[in-house]
Each structure stands twice: as structure tokens, then as C-alpha cells.
Design a protein around this ligand. Structure first.
Ligand code: F6R
Length: 636
């Protein structure tokens, strides 16, 4: 049986009846749940509702209350049954479930002569005597719509692990996990949390005509995976719901993240970056790849009208979070992990000008690799230097700069294994043969830290230069009789260039100029240092001391810029704001463009066959979630 209503769909691997919907945020899920409840009441004035308490329900009841009041929905004939209540706690106690329900839902909705469409207090039920509650439920029921949360241990109501699926309403002992999880509402004091409660049984719950279980947050991910994937077992009481003919699971991405592996996922209600524009549509993912649309999905994810775009690729990043790739690359995995929050799904760790001994020590540690969903993928290495013009050494140690004429690639770097990009100054003697050699090994060569004039740059392009590194920075400035690298790039539609759009390396007008002259070629990089994600203070970039002052990075004690602490997602937003380019164009400057430069057809795109490394971004281009190989790797 396949159901294809707006938000509900078949979770075929689990059962023929359960459906799972994953939402971008708890609020989004809460809103849809509230609408479902309101519609139930609209459809049947005498609806019997089964209600839950707990943190999960707070946004649901807030949204429901708003709908009920705004639409003036008649509640005068509805009946509610709460799932459970503490024992040994007076019902007037502020932490009783009765108090919870009145505070979060009923208080403003109660029947009175002034509010004749309100809910009648006598129709609001909480369990206090097991058999009486069962009898009442049988007389009044069945429940039309039962709302559930889930415990970290898989409980529903207070039917704790071990409760038989045939259980009816009963007094129960709460487990330690449950008491701990509920301690927050007792001021964190576990001793105050009652030991006993009365709860509907699992069989009682399963009698409801329709069930909706909501779960939000990482803490619920395991229980959800056990519920939907594990055995049908009293050890996971919620797994009983798979036997029910009409149950929906509304999850946020954190709660769903252990479900996302090899199944077919359909991301819908999205604006997808395809063919250089944002198109309303859906994205299908399986086995870590984007796949063509299928007949049915195992998991449907409502993207909430947000943007789906390929993950960002940072071609130049020297480090971050206290790790400088040119000094202590051992901590690169931690950087890779943190980069996910900026939407970066792959990157080229960049080594600044270093000594031949250092290259031999560093490069093996920066080799391309994937961290699964634990961190952005290392695509290869960017060697920035040491074949640079001493006049434009920037934040590179001048004493480490070398001449390509006197130092072969091998003597300098040792092995070029894993190297994908080399930045050098094309005007140096010996540079052209160096460029040719690198190019033959499929390594992209970029012009940078260079005093090249227009003709020297042209010669470099003839030899195989395919990029210019952080245009405008560390190169001959544009002069009307010597347009240099800048003129050469901006006049050459087939030569891309990178920019550091951090608001400091380039003024906005300069970025606009680049965009107006050569939008196609613009690639955003961070050029971030180990100070990325760190407070102001003293850091290092290779052998040089740098300092972060007011979040700007300088060579220590100077005004010389020394890399940045720019987040790549911030650069994307800046480009969009400064140039008024479309969101698609801004996003491509950090995804498709760098992928094309590296000749990677499986990255930077969302076409079928590509790696499922992608982002969910809100309309203002804030990263909401980062996916690696189709798995949620970082949720906001
Ligand atoms: C509440 C209830 C419990 C909670 C569950 C989740 O009436 O019966 O099953 O739904 O413990 O609680 P929260 O939402 O606080 O994580």
C-alpha cells in the first residue's frame, strides 16, 4: 500500500503501514502536526484525542493553540485523554501532567459562557485508576488521533522497556533513564521525580485509529532507529507501532539521522540548484549518490521550501580551529569536522611556503581521504609556494622562497602524491617548465604571489596556468600601462580566479568589478588560518607568527594581512549581497566552479550520479544542514 499525501509517505523497509517524515526543524514538524490535529477536530467535532506531555509537545501545542484560536475552531465537543500521569503527585502540583497540559494547551481554550466553543473541563481526562481509565476509554473511544513522544529508551507513554505489547493502562515504575530525562522539570533534582506513574498500555495506545509520534533531537536518534529498524520487541516499546495500520513518525533531522544510510531518500519541497538556477523540485538520494527519481522512497524529507545546493569546496584553507596544516596537520580531522558547519563538504588543505624537509613531513599527513560523514573530504593538497616573487611574499616567510630554476619540483616537495593545485609566480626563471611538468601530472597550476606583467602572465597561461590565486592580493596592482595578472584574468573569459571575499582583503567595489568583468571565473576561497573559529589572539601560519585582532588576521606586529578567519558560507553571502548576483550564482562560486576547476564531475553538482554531498540553506543562504554521502553530517 502506498500513500502519497503531502507529508506522509511509505516507509517500506519498516512496514507496509508506518510512514516517516523528516522535517528541517522541530518547529516545522510541530506546525504540520498541529495542523493535522486541528484538521481532525474540524473534520469531526466530537473527536477523541490522545495527548502526550513532554518537551517535544511544547512547540506542537503552541502551534495548535494558535491555529485553534485564530480559526476559532469549535472544541466544545472534543474529548481528550492524556497518556499518563505521575503517581504520588497531587494533580495540582506544578509538575503534574495535568498542570503541563493546562499551561501549554488548555488554559486559554477552556469553555466558559464567554467562550462557548471552548473545551469543557469535564472532557479532559488524566489517568488515576487503571481499570476506570480503560473502561472510560472503551466507552468513549476509540481515540481518533493519538499523539506520542518517545523516550530515549524507546518508551511510549510510560510503557517502559519490557512492557508487553498486550499491556493495558497500569501503574508502573519509572526507569532511571526516564526519571533522569524528566528531572529538568523538577529543577534538576532527581529525588523530586516520582518513582511511579500510571500510563496507558501499549495495547491501549494501539487501539487508536491514527497515531502520530514526534521525536526531535539527537538524543532520540537511537530510539528512533531501534523503533523503525530494530526487532519488534517489548525492549523497544515504540516498535509495537509498526504493527499499527495508521502510524506516522514526524522527526527532525537530528532524530532521523541514523536512518539515512542506504535507503532511498527523497528530499522534497525544495528549491534545488540545477542548471545554474534554483528550481522547485525534489532530490533523490541512495547509496551516497544522487539518483534519478524513483517510484517510491524509504524516507521522505521535507526541506521546508529551503534551498538544496551542492556542498562547498574550499580550494585554499591553511587550517582552522587551532590547527595549522603547515605546522601541525595531525589535527586535520577536527578541522574537517568543523568545516561542515560552514557548508564545506570538501577542501584542499593548503601548505604555505615551507622548507623541503617540512614538505616531506607535512604532505603525507594531508593526503586525500574521506572521513565518512564525520568531516569534509580532503580532495588533495594545495601547495601555495615556495616559487614566489620576493616582492609579493605576503604572509610567506621570504627566507623560504625558492627559485624554480635552481630547485626542481622533486627536490622541493619530495613527492607530488595527492597534490591537486600549486600556486607559483609565472614570471620566475624556470617557472614555465615547472608549470608544464605539473600540468602533465594533472595538477592545476595557479598564478599568485607574483610580480608578473601582462605578457609574463600570458606566457604562463601558454605554459599551462589555469587559475589566478586570490586575485588582487599579493600581485602587481592593476596599472593602466601594466594591467598585469589582474588585467589578464579579467579580460580572459576562460581563466578562473579565486577571491577572498572577507570584507578586508578586497573592498566591495573590487569584488563587484570582478563580478562585472568576469563572473564566470569567480571562485570563492576562505584562505582561512588556524585562527578560523578561534578568539582573537596569537597564532601561527607556518613558520610565521600571526595575530587575530578584531577578527582580522595580520602578521604579528604588522598591518600585513595573513590569511583570514573567513567562513566560506559567509563569503557566499557577501558575494550575493555585494554583486546582487542570484543565489544560484553565489552558491556555484563555492561549489560548481571549484569542482570544474579540479575536473571533478561528481562534486559541485546535484545531477544524478554525483556524490550526495549537499546543503540545505535558508533563503538568506544560511547553512541549515550539511549532508555527506546522503547522510546528515551537520545539522544547525
Ligand atoms: C509524556 C510521555 C512520554 C514522553 C517521552 C518524551 O506524556 O508519555 O512518553 O512523550 O518521554 O518526552 P520529551 O518530549 O520530554 O522528550
Amino acid at each position: 500500500m502506498i500513500r502519497t499525501s503531502f507529508l506522509v509517505f511509505l516507509f517500506s523497509l519498516v512496514s507496509a503501514f508506518s510512514s516517516v517524515s523528516v522535517f528541517i526543524s522541530p518547529d516545522a514538524a510541530a506546525l504540520v502536526a498541529a495542523r493535522k490535529m486541528a484538521d481532525q477536530i474540524l473534520q469531526k467535532k466530537t473527536s477523541v484525542l490522545g495527548l502526550a506531555t513532554g518537551n517535544t509537545m511544547i512547540p506542537v501545542y503552541a502551534a495548535l493553540k494558535k491555529i485553534l484560536i485564530e480559526e476559532d475552531i469549535d472544541l466544545s465537543e472534543i474529548i481528550s485523554f492524556n497518556l499518563d500521569e505521575y503517581l504520588d503527585l497531587p494533580s495540582s502540583h506544578p509538575q503534574s501532567f495535568r498542570s503541563f497540559m493546562f499551561t501549554h494547551l488548555f488554559e486559554d481554550l477552556l469553555y466558559s459562557p464567554q467562550n462557548p466553543r471552548g473545551i469543557r473541563e469535564e472532557n479532559i481526562h488524566f489517568p488515576s485508576h487503571p481499570s476506570e481509565y480503560e473502561t472510560l476509554l472503551e466507552q468513549v473511544g476509540p481515540i481518533d488521533l493519538q499523539i506520542l513522544g518517545i523516550g530515549r529508551n524507546g518508551h511510549i507513554g510510560f510503557a517502559e522497556p519490557g512492557t508487553p505489547f498486550s499491556s493495558l493502562t497500569a501503574a508502573v515504575h519509572l526507569t532511571e533513564t526516564t526519571r533522569q530525562d524528566n528531572a529538568h522539570s523538577f529543577g534538576g533534582d532527581l529525588n523530586q521525580v516520582p518513582q511511579k506513574a500510571i500510563t496507558m498500555g501499549i495495547a491501549t495506545i494501539l487501539r487508536a485509529k491514527e497515531i502520530l509520534l514526534l521525536a526531535f533531537g539527537e538524543a532520540k536518534a537511537e530510539a528512533i532507529a531501534d523503533t523503525l529498524r530494530g526487532p519488534l520487541s517489548p525492549e523497544t516499546p515504540a516498535s509495537a507501532l509498526r504493527e499499527h495500520p495508521n502510524t506516522s513518525f514526524f522527526l527532525d533531522e537530528k532524530a532521523a539521522h541514523l536512518l539515512n544510510d542506504s535507503q532511498i531518500q527523497r528530499f522534497y519541497h525544495a528549491r534545488i540548484l540545477l542548471d545554474h538556477q534554483l528550481i522547485e523540485g525534489e532530490l533523490w538520494v541512495s547509496g551516497g549518490k544522487i539518483i534519478p527519481p524513483q517510484e517510491k522512497a524509504d524516507l521522505e524529507i521535507d526541506v521546508g521550501g529551503n534551498i538544496l545546493a551542492p556542498g562547498f569546496i574550499d580550494l585554499q584553507i591553511n587550517g582552522g580551529f587551532g590547527c595549522d596544516f603547515s605546522r601541525n596537520p595531525e589535527k586535520i580531522e577536527e578541522v574537517a569536522k568543523q568545516l561542515l558547519s560552514f557548508g564545506v563538504t570538501s577542501f584542499l588543505p593548503t601548505v604555505i611556503s615551507s622548507s623541503p624537509e617540512q614538505y616531506r613531513r607535512l604532505l603525507p599527513k594531508l593526503q586525500p581521504r574521506s572521513f565518512g560523514k564525520e568531516g569534509a573530504t580532503i580532495l588533495g593538497i594545495h601547495l601555495e609556494g615556495p616559487f614566489f616573487s620576493p616582492a609579493y611574499s605576503g604572509a610567506h616567510n621570504p627566507s623560504l622562497l625558492l627559485s624554480p630554476e635552481k630547485n626542481s619540483l622533486e627536490r622541493t616537495y619530495g613527492s607530488l602524491e595527492g597534490v591537486k593545485l600549486v600556486t607559483l609566480a609565472p614570471e620566475l626563471l624556470g617557472a614555465s617548465s615547472c608549470i608544464e611538468l605539473l600540468q602533465k601530472q594533472n595538477i592545476v597550476v595557479s598564478a599568485g604571489h607574483s610580480a608578473a606583467n601582462f605578457d609574463q602572465m600570458r606566457a604562463g597561461i601558454d605554459s599551462g596556468i589555469r587559475l589566478a590565486t586570490h586575485l588582487f592580493n599579493a600581485m602587481t596592482p592593476y596599472h593602466h600601462r601594466n594591467p598585469g595578472i589582474i588585467g589578464s584574468v579579467l579580460l580572459n573569459p576562460s581563466l578562473p580566479y579565486t577571491l577572498i571575499a572577507d570584507g578586508l582583503h578586497l573592498c566591495p567595489e573590487c569584488i563587484l568589478l570582478c563580478w562585472r568583468c568576469h563572473p564566470e571565473g569567480l571562485i570563492l576561497i576562505s584562505d582561512a588560518t588556524e585562527a578560523l573559529g578561534m578568539p582573537d589572539g596569537n597564532y601561527q601560519l607556518g613558520s610565521l607568527n600571526i595575530e587575530a585582532r578584531s577578527h582580522q588576521i595580520y602578521l604579528a606586529g604588522t598591518q600585513t594581512l595573513a590569511g583570514s578567519n573567513l567562513q566560506l558560507d559567509e563569503a557566499v553571502r557577501r558575494l550575493h549581497a555585494i554583486t546582487q548576483c542570484s543565489p544560484a550564482e553565489a552558491l556555484e562560486a563555492a561549489s560548481l566552479k571549484p569542482a570544474e576547476l579540479l575536473n571533478l564531475s561528481s562534486k559541485g553538482t546535484l545531477t544524478p550520479g554525483a556524490d550526495a554531498d549537499f546543503l540545505i540553506l535558508s533563503p538568506d543562504l544560511t547553512v541549515q544542514a550539511t549532508y555527506l554521502g546522503g547522510q546528515l553530517a551537520w545539522p544547525r
